[in-house]
Ligand binder design. Sequence first.
Ligand code: SF4
Ligand code: SF4
Length: 298
Amino acid sequence: MDFDDLKGAIPHRSPVQPRELTADAAFQFDCHPGVSCFNACCRRSDIQLLPYDVIRLKQRFGMTAGEFVAAWTTPFEMDQHGLPGLKLATRPGSGECVFLTEKGCDVYDDRPTACRYYALGSMDIRKAGESRLEQIFFVVTEDHCKGHAQPKTQTVREYRKSQALDIYDYHNRGWRELVVKKRSSGPTVGKPSERSMQLFDMCSYDMDSFRAFVQSEGFQRLFDLPEDELNGLLEDEVRLLHFGYRFLRQTLFGEMTIPLRPGAREARIAARQAVWAQRREQEIHRYREEQERSQYEE
Ligand code: SF4
Ligand code: SF4
């Protein structure tokens, strides 16, 4: 797979085709309050939120993840199986970002990854025969953005550094790998269960619920985490986020990334079988009752 194969999948709204760049390639672009189009991009925003974006923004507002998601985001499905995604909400009746003010971005220090990248784009690809993902970059040239006519030239590396994207990409990378892996495993593993979608949603966007889950008796009975590691996770949402990626790799793809307590798996299977047996009994009982009732009615 190469860049040309991916062009159709790149999210952009312009007829102008994006141009692939290496990390050391230079491109001409600048954005500052003096450009004639200042904030034009935020008036037609379509910003997907990544897990670390949600943590930064919820912490900025002192909200729980649930409160933040309900107040400022719109859910969407990332693939045909309904893999849950989040976008920043827009103001009713317009495409204007909810955080846009007359002075510019109201959450500038914690703006999401997509806002930091623009007018660069990035995609993750896994080349045939390679296990690691490769991140590719491209310039997106849209008519409303006059930043491309500004005289400043920089390399992709310099631009990413100026936007603190190394930090954002580092904290989101595990999640992006999961999404690519999920896409590439596609129909061979069939439609994921509703439960696995719920776990993906929680581990991606809701660290408050995930923290409570990690503290729950059921989780502690199954997983064998050293006490200091567990305490570290409970105190730090970003560490918890990275742990969530491990947990999803184990849950969705069966990779043993978190040690289980001895005998815990067997005990869980036995408990599940007991529940299934009980359900079967109830079904048989219900069927017999219906049979008796219909005989009586005849
Ligand atoms: S978060 Fe800020 S930079 Fe991003 S679209 Fe909204 S206003 Fe613009
Ligand atoms: S130069 Fe481009 S990125 Fe900057 S405000 Fe204008 S439209 Fe947005």
